[in-house]
Write a protein that binds this ligand. Structure first.
Ligand code: ZN
Length: 88
């Protein structure tokens, strides 16, 4: 990563947190910078893969497993902070 704009603006651009003037400036930069364009394309590929993954249906065995209620005999988990706190 050599282009300083990649680190400075690309993460904010991807999550749409640039103000409009910064966005316009960065989009103009994208047109002329192969490094930033390539980085953006790779992030878009990951985002699309994650989106496709989240839309995939669960296998029937996994869906049945996640729909089952916890057994009544399941132990109640105590938060670590509460367990470590001394009794007063
Ligand atoms: Zn760049």
């Amino acid at each position: 990563m050599q282009c300083p704009e990649t680190a400075r603006c690309l993460p904010a651009y991807i999550v749409d947190e640039l103000v409009p003037s910064e966005r316009e400036t960065f989009e103009a930069h994208l047109l002329g910078c192969g490094e930033c364009s390539a980085e953006l394309a790779s992030f878009e590929g990951v985002k699309n893969a994650l989106h496709a993954w989240s839309d995939a249906p669960l296998p029937a065995s996994a869906a049945a497993h996640t729909a089952a209620p916890a057994p009544a005999s399941a132990p109640v988990r105590t938060p670590l902070a509460a367990a470590a706190r001394p009794a007063l």
